[in-house]
Write a new protein. Sequence first.
Length: 148
Amino acid sequence: MPNVSLFDRWLEMNIVTLLNDVCERNENVIYPERLMMYGELFKCIDSPSISLEAYFSRLNQYMNCDEHIYETAFEYVQRLNQIYPIQRLYAHKILFVSILIAKKFEEDFIERNDYYAQISGISSEDLMQLEVAFCFLLKFKLYINNKI
């Protein structure tokens, strides 16, 4: 299990808290039709049985991310929520894809998508679609000027 610093724990709780807060606020939001094309890919039929906290811990255990990856993912979640309000049925996939896109954007070495599909519980095919949809929703603006 990776060595988790106090900063990592603080950042983990902020990402999970942010997602929980926005899901609560966005519970009854109705999406504009123009966003449905990409956003519906993130929707689950039922709420996942695992909590966001436990899911984040699983991702943290297997993805081997540095703190700057979580900082970037945190910013992506904030940006995405302004464009496409995140709801409970979307939160787990948004959490995972935001971390994965941040890792791919920030790091030189990454694992194959099959590996990430296994740890996320998402098929490789769906994962590729989610990555593309996520980037389109963010208009491919992945650079973060000011880190936390």
